[in-house]
Design a protein around this ligand. Structure first.
Ligand code: HPA
Ligand code: ZN
Length: 338
């Protein structure tokens, strides 16, 4: 009998909601601070880890942006991304769609090119050396203004071949989708696909507006959709995927207990739900830990976990041929292990 942990480890998984800056483990953060001569507020890895206790999204974001200050050079972005891709390999994550936040870095005087070239070099190496494929999605910081987002989009145009889409992250409260309607329209005109964080801390209306105003093909989080029956029906009917991040929701107090997480209810309503890690270095777990914690709390069956793995392939930006290959691997694994 395989244990639940073994079953999840062996299941081929696809990750669709992952901020590369959120994979900065305290150990690497300290190493980069030393390498780059950056002074930290904490004097040890343990002291920093102690600070990772959050009561809401904003408390996390303050630490997350602070941590990113150790990233200065192309090699730093490479090392960060490479460490994450190695983790993917270990956890049998076969494909990942990675968010990066250029404004977190360009606002500190780091060149857009430094960020994207470091990340992209690791992505290429990950594909060749680890057989983990990746796509990159640029996120606009929604607490900054429209002008800054437009400037960032302009910079991204030189890297169209490396960036598949644009998204929207940071503080949801007070920064509704409508603030970025024009930027997203321009991004779509330029050929970028769109996604957006919505319904994490904000109301279900933000999910609806992301669909209607920003024309997203996927919603990141989307858990407050559970409070709107009409919206649930629309998500299910149009098969608009939700990239749900259970441990993130728990750590940021979007849910009080994983047992009360709406993931399973949304699945039962026919919504295309996926499981993801968001900012694994800050929230206590990568993909396997998110799958396992969800399975235990919500009593998910192996069949449910196989369904979640398939959903992620459906919701991904992989080609039909690549999707077929992953479906096949999941089917075979699930047939032999359930
Ligand atoms: N929500 C909003 N912004 C973010 C997140 C998140 O979960 N992670 C990194 N930036
Ligand atoms: Zn996120």
């Amino acid at each position: 009998m395989t244990t639940l942990a073994d079953f999840i480890q062996g299941l081929p998984k696809v990750e669709l909601h992952l901020h590369i800056e959120g994979t900065l483990e305290p150990e690497l953060l300290f190493k980069l601070a030393e390498r780059n001569g950056v002074t930290l507020k904490y004097d040890s890895v343990e002291a920093l880890k102690q600070a990772y206790k959050f009561s809401n999204l904003q408390e996390f974001l303050d630490l997350y942006y602070d941590g990113a200050k150790v990233l200065l050079h192309e090699q730093d972005f490479y090392d960060l991304t490479w460490a994450y891709l190695e983790k993917c390999k270990v956890q049998n994550v076969v494909h990942t769609e990675i968010f990066f936040d250029p404004q977190t870095h360009t606002d500190r005087g780091i060149l857009f090119a430094t960020v994207i070239n470091g990340i992209n070099r690791a992505v290429q190496d990950g594909r060749e050396k680890l057989e983990v494929s990746s796509k990159l999605i640029l996120c606009f910081l929604r607490h900054l203004d429209e002008t800054s987002a437009f400037e960032t989009l302009e910079e991204a145009l030189d890297y169209k071949d490396l960036i598949v889409g644009v998204g929207l992250d940071s503080s949801e409260k007070g920064n509704p989708p409508s603030k970025f309607e024009r930027v997203f329209a321009k991004a779509r005109e330029e050929g970028f696909l769109t996604v957006a964080h919505a319904g994490e801390e904000g109301p279900a209306a933000n999910v609806k507006d992301s669909i209607d105003l920003l024309k997203v093909f996927r919603i990141d989080h989307g858990i407050t959709s559970i409070y709107d029956d009409l919206l649930i029906a629309e998500l299910a009917q149009k098969q608009i995927p939700l990239t749900v991040c259970p441990l993130s929701n728990l750590e940021l107090k979007a849910v009080d207990d994983l047992k009360n997480h709406p993931l399973k209810k949304l699945m039962d309503h026919g919504v295309l739900v996926t499981i993801n890690s968001d900012d694994p270095a800050y929230f206590g777990g990568y993909m396997n830990e998110n799958f396992e914690a969800s399975a235990r709390a919500l009593k998910l069956s192996k069949g449910d976990l196989c369904q979640l793995a398939r959903n992620s392939v459906v919701a991904s930006l992989l080609s039909e041929q690549e999707k077929e290959r992953h479906f096949h691997a999941i089917e075979q694994y699930c047939r032999e292990n359930t």
